[in-house]
Ligand binder design. Sequence first.
Ligand code: LLP
Length: 413
Amino acid sequence: MNHFNWRKGVLHAEGVPLPAIAEAVGTPTYVYSAATLTRHFRVVSEAFGDTPHLICYSVKANSNLAILRLFAGLGGGFDIVSGGELARVKAAGGAAEKTVFAGVGKTQEEMEAALAAGILLFNVESAEELDALDAVGRRLGRRAPFALRVNPDVDARTHKYISTGLKTSKFGVPFEEAVALYARAKKLKGLRAAGLDCHIGSQLTQGSPMRAALTKVAGLYTELKAKGHPLEYLDVGGGLGITYTDETPPSPEEYARIVLEAAKGSGARLVLEPGRALVGNAGVLLTRVLYRKKTPAKHFVVVDAGMNDLIRPALYEAHHGLQPLVKRRGKAVEVDVVGPVCESTDVLARARPLVLPQAGELYAFMSAGAYGMSMASNYNSRPRPAEVMVDGEAWRVVRERERVEDLWRGERA
Ligand code: LLP
């Protein structure tokens, strides 16, 4: 469910007509719906009922401070993967003690900042990283709370670029090595075993890989507890998929049932790291048509958003719905919607049946709230888009459009 709706033929975000935002702020612009963000957070949280759980929103999906502040206000924690993300969480007023830190390449400086801030959990991804964290803990005179991220070797059945739980993946420690690593960590003075973690991939649309992975990991949790490790948290990662076209991912309730069933009897406090499920369908990318171009092979529609603004189609062959902001009648033709970037992969929508767009018309790429702006770049020296938050009838710019001068900030000629 989201709050992007048609009213009298005009696409709205909650109570605000999207063309009004495009006219005022320009394009390309990301627009988010506060009501949708809030709803998604609550639906996921409520699905877990009274079971102790903490929703640690995965900051990488969309790291705008306004979004982080909104989730912090709802009681959420955060899943971070860098010192930069930690700084964002702090700047947005997020709680360090509800923050978990994942990633295979945390530097000691990043670990130090996170330990000093008092984060909940370091999700450690290798034996060498465990030693580094121990060194940081001893240096600061503290025991760093850690969970090992184990790789359960389960095929998440998602796009291979966003699958992380197979043996061949760089993520996590091999499942079979976990028991020995916890035993080794017990002897280290800079560490405190606080949990166990896994994450098998993103945009998961089937329940069975989740069930298989979590059952395995919850079994390991119980085994580790029996061996005397004082674990408290079972971090089940993120990954719950959303509907871009016709995918039918588990509902939050089905997802919760799978997790709760797997974790039953473990006594663990659950940590969840949803990213896409919270923000994906809460955002759109507004764009304006620049030109049409008909070649003997195809109809092209050139828009002012490019792969630097929304890289998912180019990188993962991802599909984002495309809607005109003002409904049109007429015969649909098949078009490729392309951006201005000088790359053949700068195709944002391929072979779409659309009433032939006219220059100047406004469109929205749908479901662009996750991994849209957070993956945007300045490729081709294109300033990154503005971001807008809608809340009811009100809206505000939550990130200014980059200016051309921003492009060479820090450079020396
Ligand atoms: N936890 C960990 C350890 C992760 O690596 C990720 C995502 C998440 C949580 C959140 O996953 P989500 O709930 O959003 O699926 N750029 C790609 C997705 C990359 C996901 C990376 N890790 C895309 O645009 O599809």
